[in-house]
Ligand binder design. Structure first.
Ligand code: IPM
Ligand code: MN
Length: 365
């Protein structure tokens, strides 16, 4: 029997309530597969600032490093907005966590569910054709982390730097993911202006030779920002550097109209540490305005668990069934308030209960 250690970091806002619902799926997986999960819950974000004095306590980091995967909730809220930006929960916890765990790639799948096309801000004829895009974003380099980085009152500087090795490893991952999906990869850059992006394009082109079955194209980031709105169906996997990926992934997420339903996975460098856990988290925020009301949509967190089952545990079947259970629940018109559009809405626990029922049914068939 394979046993997996999971660091559970619920965080702030709706994090704890959607996490509690999500953890209920683990014993169901244990019943049907020869696998066991050991969860250790730790503070992160605002709650950690309040209770432990910093957004990423040492003990939380240590638990993450000793786990096979990190299941993350969401962090931040108005309570901590008065802090200087570098001490706010998002920056003070997320960026060091990414760097320390070597989470070099962020995968954000976005799709429009047929039962939810009305939620999309896209013109309805475009939304009805659906979209299914995986953004692969480089996460531990580029302008976020490049040095020198400084600021005084008259001048500020950030540095955008990429090495061949950094580009190669993210491109390799993106191409292999494209191979397993629609076999199309669009690399996003700004090679008409930025030197880093000239190297980016060159290295991605070299890596593409190893994946002759993947249809590969390049696009400038400004054009990409337009194309995802006018013709999102042309994209399958979009490969981006850190900054462009940050921006485009929010744009594409919003096109689905349902941020509360999008998971993400951050992938660790293989082999560098004894264990290198991936981190799984909802793409949306902590939604402090509805925290504690029992109405939050648990789907993004539940689908993050599906990614954990697939990518960390290599349990493809239950991962797919969990995704199917979510999709079936939505097709039956069961909606939380954020996606109900004035129709009757169910609570967080009702939604996860409905998904549980369908998940159990699929597992039994
Ligand atoms: C994200 C967030 C973070 C980022 C912030 C909170 C530091 O926007 O995960 O996309 O820019 O990477
Ligand atoms: Mn972002």
């Amino acid at each position: 029997m394979h046993s997996f250690k999971i660091a559970v970091l619920p965080g702030d806002g709706i994090g704890p309530e959607v996490m509690a619902e999500t953890l209920k799926f683990l014993p169901i997986v244990e019943e049907h597969y020869s696998v066991s999960f050991q969860c250790t819950e730790k503070n992160v974000g605002g709650v950690a600032i309040d209770e432990n004095g910093k957004a990423l306590p040492d003990d939380t980091l240590e638990t993450c490093m000793n786990s096979d995967a990190v299941l993350f909730g969401s962090i931040g809220g108005p309570k901590w907005e008065h802090l200087p930006p570098s001490e706010q929960p998002e920056r003070a916890a997320l960026l060091p966590l990414r760097k320390k765990l070597g989470l070099f790639a962020n995968l954000r799948p976005s799709r429009i569910y047929p039962s939810c096309t009305d939620l999309s801000p896209l013109r309805s004829d475009i939304a009805k054709r659906g979209l299914d895009i995986l953004i692969v974003r480089e996460l531990t380099s580029g302008i976020y982390f490049g040095t020198p980085k400084h600021r005084n009152d008259t001048e500020a500087l950030d540095t955008m730097r990429y090495t061949r090795e950094e580009i190669e490893r993210i491109a390799d991952l993106a191409f292999s993911l494209a191979q397993a999906r629609g076999k199309k990869l669009t690399s996003v850059d700004k090679a008409n202006v930025l030197e880093t992006m000239v190297l980016w394009r060159q290295v991605v082109a070299e890596v593409s030779k190893r994946y002759p079955d993947v249809d590969y194209t390049n696009i400038y980031v400004d054009n990409a920002a337009m194309q995802v709105v006018s013709n999102p169906q042309q994209f399958d996997v979009m490969l981006c550097g850190n900054l462009f990926g940050d921006i485009l992934s929010d744009e594409v997420a919003m096109l689905t109209g349902s941020l509360g339903m999008l998971p993400s996975a951050s992938i660790a460098l293989a082999g560098s540490e004894e264990t290198s856990p991936n981190l799984y988290e909802p793409a949306g925020g902590s939604a402090p305005d509805i925290a504690g009301m029992g109405i939050a949509n648990p789907i993004a967190q539940i689908l993050s668990l599906a990614l954990l089952l697939r990518l960390t545990c290599k349990l493809e079947l239950p991962a797919r069934m969990l995704e199917q259970a979510v999709s079936d629940t939505l097709s039956e018109g069961i909606f939380t308030k954020d996606i109900a559009q004035g129709k009757p809405a169910v609570s967080t626990s009702h939604m996860s209960g409905a998904i549980t029922e369908r998940f159990k049914y699929l597992l039994g068939t």
